[in-house]
Design a protein around this ligand. Structure first.
Ligand code: GCU
Length: 338
């Protein structure tokens, strides 16, 4: 055998051994199942930090069975696409805004209702109540995904190329919103136009002047660099939408009750870590946006903004009566947080 042939024969043999090993490992239950988690944020984002704790908690107890891999920055695709993979079971978890899943299940529309919560304290206590999560996820089997825990994403506010100091400043302008008809109704009620698009498209849309502004929390300015192209951020606080860690039903339904418990506990650990990181990171983002990006933060008269969209509450509840029990619980959370 010449040298070249000898080498390729060796390679074939090595491949065969490796194949046999993998197959054996599979047969005797030694191979690990890959658990893929997708999200849209960068690696210093509180959600990523929470998901690292999720991974650690699972691998600490079930490391012999599962290899948990986190894919940040939408590397597996935009949320809309990954949701399909979640339903098929080829991606097991996704951290996703409720706005992205309200088209699958109307209950998630709850969080698009502008000014649903009167304080972040009320919002945080509401989304960390396991009973609320259960209620939201009651149709998980048909949805194809189940909410495991909720992450805070703070308050959503307008940011724009020009200063928005009052509702009148929104007039005739075009703002990117998250998907969903409620967001379109909300922008119309404010006298502006809505341009729904995915998160990853916002920077270039702002840069190219396709939109005048967008709406989000402070981290969008720094993490997504939107503060480079929109210099005015106004605290009107029109929405508080959580990101939910949703699990694929195909995957979750295969877990033994003992393993499922580990995943549930890991999700609760992830939430604690995310909440703890959130407020710290928001303060840091504000400072970076102000000092390094030249963004101006504006305090507006929130009541003026609120008055414009409060009539939407009744309209939404009449159109989607399934929201009523959850809406009442949100009102109770507002009262309790006072
Ligand atoms: C926030 C939220 C994301 C969401 C994004 C958006 O960053 O955490 O889940 O995708 O807003 O506006 O699309």
């Amino acid at each position: 055998m010449n040298k070249k042939l000898k080498l390729s024969a060796l390679a074939v043999a090595a491949a065969a051994v490796s194949f046999a090993f993998t197959a054996n490992a599979g047969l005797f239950g030694g191979s690990k199942e890959t658990v893929r988690i997708s999200h849209t944020q960068i690696e210093s984002h509180p959600q990523h930090l929470g998901l690292v704790e999720f991974k650690k908690a699972i691998e600490a107890k079930l490391g012999d069975k599962f290899d948990v891999q986190i894919f940040p920055n939408s590397t597996l695709g935009a949320n809309e696409k990954v949701l399909e993979l979640i339903k098929q079971g080829s991606v097991q978890f996704l951290s996703v805004s409720t706005a992205n899943i309200e088209s699958f299940d109307k209950r998630y529309k709850l969080f698009s209702i502008p000014y649903l919560f009167t304080s972040e304290k009320a919002f945080e206590s509401f989304i960390s109540d396991p009973a609320i999560l259960k209620e939201l996820g009651q149709d998980a089997k048909t949805d194809g995904f189940e909410p495991m825990t909720a992450f805070t994403a703070g308050t959503r506010n307008f940011y724009c190329k020009t200063a928005i100091k009052s509702v009148a400043d929104l007039n005739g302008k075009k703002f990117r919103v998250q998907a969903g008809p409620t967001n379109v109704d909300m922008m119309n009620a404010f006298g502006a136009a809505a341009a729904p698009m995915s998160f990853g498209e916002v920077y270039s849309a702002l840069q190219q002047g396709v939109i005048d502004g967008a709406e989000n929390n402070e981290l969008a300015l720094t993490d997504q660099k939107h503060g480079e192209v929109a210099k005015f951020f106004s605290y009107d606080m029109h929405q508080m939408c959580p990101d939910l860690l949703v699990g694929s039903e195909v995957f979750l339904s295969k877990l033994s009750p003992e393993d499922r418990k580990v995943f549930d506990e890991a999700a609760a650990t992830a939430q604690k870590a995310e909440f703890a990181a959130w407020h710290k990171r928001v303060e840091e983002a504000k400072k970076t946006a102000t000092d390094k990006m030249g963004v101006t933060f504006i305090d507006v008269n929130v009541q003026e903004f609120q008055d414009k969209v409060l009539p939407l509450h009744e309209k939404i509840l009449n159109e989607t009566p399934v929201l009523k029990p959850l809406y009442e619980k949100a009102a109770a959370a507002n009262k309790a947080a006072k």
